[in-house]
Design a protein around this ligand. Structure first.
Ligand code: GLV
Length: 328
């Protein structure tokens, strides 16, 4: 008697090779529409599925798990996993995985690029040029702030934060200061000469602040009006972490009043909606959550999620589990 193949859902439109790889092991339902499945539609589509490959968008919570009792593995191609209730997964013995590591350098490149674009007013000046406003040279035309030799402040010194610190210290001779839940080892600090500071001290000294912390109840609005008020009027703020870590309304107000010079934002509260106050100010570079979006990296992220899913459902050892106690 042939054994029935397990069924898995690929919950977002992805590289066809990923479904082909999964199809060597499973019966694959590959969702193809560009917009994400709404929560009820996701639960419905997951009926009978043992596993699901998701992105950072699909919400996996206790209600969804209760509605999908056959689910054994939830494998995300994102590194951030605030969309997955890991405790609820563990309680139901559902393995959850994310995709750390493979996107570190690509995401750090983008964070650095956004910071530079904000500091040197690249988007703002390009819009002005395209609007036909360039008539003559002027000594202060789009004069911004320097990156080389400035103080880089990093909030969240995980893999990506450290990769940004290396770019700043080794490539741009920046002084690196950081705030993190836990302090790095002396050896890790020494790589970039990083100085650990309390958040409020970091806000006061940073010329360019880059935010790379995970989104949790503790980091909700970590940077709000009070924190922005501590920053230098010449400083920039770059957020490549998650919407909600920064209070976007407070940031829009600070940019409008030029209480900080500029911002670079790849993530937004309630994205894909963007706070109208941010759309209205010129001194912010806005990008649609693409920090990890090079093709090789997106392929590597999807591939890692597929490796996790295959291992989880075929008795292997998933490479990057969030709740490894479920594997044992
Ligand atoms: C992207 O935001 C990710 O978490 O991978």
């Amino acid at each position: 008697m042939t054994q029935e193949r397990q069924r898995v859902l690929v919950a977002r439109r992805l590289f066809p090779e990923i479904s082909q790889r999964l199809a060597q092991h499973f019966e694959v339902d590959a969702y193809q529409e560009p917009e994400p499945l709404a929560p009820e539609a996701l639960a419905e589509r997951l009926q009978g599925c043992a596993g699901v490959l998701i992105t950072g968008t699909e919400r996996i919570d206790a209600a969804l798990l209760a509605a999908c009792p056959q689910l054994r593995a939830v494998c995300s191609m994102a590194v951030g996993y605030n969309n997955i209730d890991v405790s609820a997964c563990t309680a139901r013995r559902v393995l959850a995985t994310n995709a750390p590591g493979v996107l570190t350098e690509t995401t750090a490149d983008f964070g650095f690029a956004l910071m530079m674009a904000a500091a040197r007013r690249i988007s703002e000046s390009e819009h002005w040029l395209r609007a036909g406003q360039w008539k003559q040279w002027s000594y202060d035309l789009f004069a911004g702030s320097d990156v080389y030799g400035a103080t880089l402040g990093i909030v969240g010194m995980g893999r990506i934060g450290q990769a940004i610190a290396r770019r700043g210290a080794l490539g741009f001779d920046m002084k690196v200061a950081y705030h993190n839940r836990s302090r790095l080892s002396g050896a890790d600090e020494a790589v970039v000469g990083a100085q650990y500071l309390a958040l409020h001290d970091l806000l006061r000294v940073a010329d360019h602040l880059v935010i790379v912390v995970p989104y949790t109840p503790q980091t909700h609005h970590l940077i709000g009006a009070a924190e922005l008020a501590l920053m230098k009027p010449t400083a920039t703020l770059t957020n490549i972490a998650r919407g909600g870590v920064v209070d976007d309304a407070a940031l829009a107000q600070a940019l409008h009043e030029r209480r900080i010079a500029a911002a670079g934002l790849d993530v937004f509260e309630g994205e894909p909606r963007v706070h109208p106050g941010l759309l209205a100010v010129p001194n912010v570079v806005l990008t649609p959550h693409i920090a990890s979006a090079s093709l090789p990296t997106r392929r590597a992220m999807a591939d890692l999620a597929a490796s996790n899913l295959i291992a989880a459902l075929t008795g292997g050892r998933p490479p990057t589990p969030l709740n490894p106690e479920v594997v044992a």
